[in-house]
Design a binder for this molecule. Structure first.
Ligand code: PMV
Length: 301
């Protein structure tokens, strides 16, 4: 069995599309895949009851075709998704990485994480148009990382466990739509949005140091500030704002939307596991499907 990890962006989404760094942690939850020989290539995805070949016109069929390339091996890939889709947790990238790894395994091809992440972008582009690549990089590598477009993924040493709580707003988020919204604002007010991206980049720098030092309150403060910038960029929603407030009132050191926004998930940082559990309960009492996130260890590069 092979795997692609989900991810949670701790700091830096959207600005990362414009060349700024992002700090992200891979989630133990993700997508598992296995392959078996078959008459023709098929992709089956549980629990979605998807069963497609590469010839269809759906996004999944087109994405599968993009990974298969010219000489498609006759295999069926069975993938099991453990993440909500359209939630900002990198579900599509995790799926692309897991499916590509299964195809590589079937073809006897060995590839390192970087190569897998790079080739799986062909899949991700079908769903996201112009992805920065942060989701695919984390889906392949695991761990806590700083990603910057066009640069090697940087490993972040972690000075303390990160008790994270992820809460779903219940609203579907479209990363494509929010990335387009930010692009519209960037075109209308280039200077203002560039300043916001620079401010976010500074938060990523301080957040990275805080993670290394195990300075959770400093990381939490950076998350709160990052949320305010994301609001100003127009990618938050009333519901995400309300859930981040609920998390802070329940004792979170920091809370922000995570991923594309416009719906999807928020993430909160707690000082410890017990506090994380009370934040989860407070979010659940607001009707949010919330869970304690386990960070997936990655290879130390
Ligand atoms: O919504 P997700 O999980 O695909 O995260 C998107 C992160 C963005 O920075 C908003 C887009 C990107 O391509 O990096």
């Amino acid at each position: 069995m092979v795997k692609g990890f989900g991810k949670v962006i701790l700091l830096g989404e959207h600005a990362v599309v414009y060349g700024r760094p992002a700090l992200a942690a891979a989630l133990a939850r993700g997508v598992d895949a296995r392959w078996s020989s078959s008459a023709s290539p098929r992709l089956r995805i549980a629990p979605w009851r998807v069963d497609v070949g590469p010839g269809g016109s759906t996004e999944l069929a087109r994405a599968f075709r993009a990974l298969l390339g010219g000489d498609a091996p006759a295999v069926t890939v069975d993938a099991t998704v453990e993440l909500p889709a359209g939630a900002g947790l990198g579900c599509s990238a995790a799926l692309g990485v897991a499916v590509l790894r299964a195809l590589d395994e079937a073809a006897g091809r060995e590839a390192d994480d970087e190569d897998v992440a790079e080739r799986s972008l062909a899949w991700e582009r079908v769903f996201h148009g112009n992805p920065s690549g942060v989701d695919s990089a984390l889906a392949a590598a695991g761990g806590v990382r700083v990603f910057r477009r066009g640069e090697r993924l940087a490993t972040v040493s972690v000075g303390a466990r990160l008790p994270l709580v992820i809460g779903h707003s219940g609203e579907p988020g479209s990363t494509k739509a929010t990335v387009a919204e930010v692009a519209r604002r960037h075109a209308a007010d280039r200077e203002g949005t560039e300043r916001t991206f620079d401010a976010i980049a500074a938060l990523v720098e301080s957040g990275r140091r805080a993670v290394g030092d195990g300075a959770l309150p400093a990381l939490g403060r950076a998350m709160n500030e990052n949320h305010a910038h994301l609001r100003a960029l127009g990618v938050s929603t009333d519901r995400l704002d309300a859930l981040t407030d609920v998390a802070r009132q329940a004792g979170a050191l920091g809370a922000k939307l995570t991923g594309g926004g416009g719906g999807g998930c928020m993430v909160a940082l707690a000082a410890g596991r017990d506090r994380a559990e009370s934040i989860r309960r407070a979010l659940a009492a607001e009707g949010s499907d919330a869970f304690l996130a386990e960070v997936a260890a990655g290879r130390v590069a």
